[in-house]
Design a protein around this ligand. Structure first.
Ligand code: 5GP
Length: 310
């Protein structure tokens, strides 16, 4: 008996008045709310219209509200009408991070006795993958990273559930629309992403979950209450960057592409780093300048062992 328990609670980041929404299938069925209201999501079965109740509402009436995907789309649409002057692709990526729709609240985590996840953020190429690899190698039973999902075909030798979870595009799009992914992206026509549940599973099993999100995925840090410890991996000044990423050096340490970076790529790395810092520095818990890799790794180890308190 009693009203159905809702599993998902979200805080709204926008006002909604159903009677002035021209797209709602039935105005009477809509649920009005204000920015800051906490909503209990009763159903996410429809990709565009969720059913929700308002917390603190006397009768807790359930009504239709726009889904996260629908609201994001509307905001993007409004923005593209407002400002067509800034057409730089990268600027659009950053604009996307600014869309605040619903923020999940009061997940089971954080709980005492569990580790906060550790997220390494920074521009592509700065060496986050290598830092992560080294950290995980120090204690593979403590440090874990979630197995990503993908829609691409399984290759010979790959193990489902180990290399990736291989799923259909239909299923993945459905789950993305339902807000089940921390981050996702498309690469060569296939979708890739990390689910919130797979991160929670690692946390709840007592691991330090290591995340390496692309800067475009930093939004998850704001919208999902995983309380990650966020470390910004910063490129050093150009001369030092060039010196530490020469061909010989790259071979032994920064071997992500098994070649040295061009000056242009190094400048782009610094530029991207500045943008990431400009947009997100208020979210950083720590910064590591990755000039000398061994020194950077030592700093990471020190942070990981002292700050990642349970
Ligand atoms: P592959 O298909 O060769 O295994 O991976 C190709 C690319 O997919 C990787 O280089 C990476 O850019 C992307 N990728 C892999 N896992 C993820 C993920 O969890 N999220 C996102 N956004 N991209 C991923």
């Amino acid at each position: 008996g009693g009203p159905r328990e809702s599993k998902v609670r979200v805080r709204a980041h926008f006002d909604y008045i159903a009677s002035s929404d021209p797209y709602i299938p039935c105005k009477e069925a809509g649920l009005d709310f204000l920015k800051g209201d906490v909503l209990h999501i009763v159903s996410q079965d429809d990709a565009y219209w969720w059913q929700a109740r308002k917390e603190g509402d006397r009768n807790m009436r359930a009504g239709l509200i726009p889904s996260r995907a629908l609201q994001e789309r509307r905001i993007l649409h409004e923005r593209s009408n407002e400002d067509k002057s800034d057409s730089e692709a990268e600027a659009d990526d950053f604009a996307r991070e600014e869309i605040a729709t619903y923020e999940e609240v009061a997940k089971l985590y954080p709980r005492p006795g569990l580790y906060r996840p550790l997220a390494l953020v920074g521009p592509p190429g700065v060496g986050r993958a290598e830092l992560k690899r080294r950290l995980m190698a120090t204690d593979p039973s403590k440090y874990r990273s979630p197995v990503p999902f993908t829609t691409r075909a399984q290759r010979p030798g790959e193990v489902d559930g180990k290399d990736y979870y291989f799923i259909s595009r239909e299923k993945m799009e459905e789950d993305v629309a339902a807000g089940k992914y921390l981050e996702y992206g498309e690469y060569k026509g296939n979708l890739y992403g990390t689910s919130i549940d797979s991160v929670l599973a690692l946390i709840n099993a007592g691991h330090v979950c290591i995340l390496n999100p692309h800067y475009q995925a930093l939004k998850m840090i704001r919208t999902v209450q995983l309380k990650p410890y966020i470390i910004y991996v910063k490129p050093p000044l150009f001369d030092t960057l060039k010196e530490t990423r020469t061909a010989a050096h790259a071979k032994s340490t920064f071997d992500e592409n098994s070649r040295a970076f061009t000056d242009e790529e190094l400048r782009q790395m610094i530029h991207r780093g500045e943008r990431v810092e400009f947009m997100f520095s208020h979210l950083f818990d720590d910064t590591i300048v990755n000039a000398d890799l061994s020194a950077a790794f030592e700093t990471l180890m020190r942070i990981a062992s002292s700050h990642l308190v349970k």
